[in-house]
Design a protein around this ligand. Structure first.
Ligand code: HEC
Length: 180
């Protein structure tokens, strides 16, 4: 490799490593304009999981038991007041069933767009309160308590063992919520 090319290549790597560069275009759920991710709390210092999500649009936390547990407590403090403790719906709609006002919520990308940028009325943009990493954990929690028709699932799931989901190939509901 020529020196110039090498310098350029290493610069590109530095840029990619330094900020949360989105490969997928995330859009506002209602207005369709691209979301400005630079307002995110962890834009400048994203976790590896956030980076992976921004590149693929699939939530790597979906198979991660610890992330699901953290997502659960984040959900209780940030969302349950309006969506109910079991995400069964209250002021805002249920989030664990297969009825979606915004069918985009069936994909991780779409669910993130609603949470990050907000929707109508009381559903304000959550980037104000939560980092992208925290949003992904809440999303993983919501997927783990999904009670709708399994055939409607459009997000990547993992097998029952919840093995960290390296492949993410297998379809099926994840059973990683502690039994209640
Ligand atoms: C202040 C009340 C309030 C809070 C807090 C709140 N929401 Fe909402 N949420 C709503 C309302 C009201 C709607 C319906 C908005 C609409 O239809 O555009 C909604 C809609 C949604 C939707 C779309 C559901 C569908 O059927 O398409 C998702 C997803 C969602 N909220 C996730 C969350 C998550 C996750 C949190 C916590 C980080 C959260 N919300 C916090 C009130 C709230």
């Amino acid at each position: 490799m020529r020196l110039k090319t090498m310098i350029l290549a290493s610069m590109l790597v530095t840029v990619a490593a330094g900020t949360a560069t989105a490969e997928v275009t995330f859009r506002h759920a209602l207005e369709g304009m691209p979301l400005d991710l630079s307002v995110a709390k962890d834009y400048k210092n994203p976790s590896g999981t956030v980076k992976q999500f921004l590149e693929t649009g699939d939530n790597p936390y979906n198979c991660d038991k610890k992330a699901v547990e953290e997502g659960h407590s984040l959900f209780l403090s940030a969302c349950s007041g309006c969506h109910g403790h079991e995400a069964e719906g209250k002021l805002g709609p249920g989030l664990a069933d297969d009825y979606w006002t915004y069918p985009a919520g069936l994909t991780d990308k779409g669910l993130f767009e609603i949470i990050f940028g907000g929707a109508q009325g009381m559903m304000g943009p959550q980037y104000v309160n939560l980092s992208m990493d925290e949003m992904l954990k809440i999303m993983a929690f919501l997927r783990s308590i999904y009670k709708g028709n399994p055939r409607k699932i459009e997000w990547k799931t993992c097998d029952a063992a919840g093995d960290g989901g390296s492949s993410g190939e297998q379809k099926g509901i994840i059973h990683i919520k502690p039994q209640s």
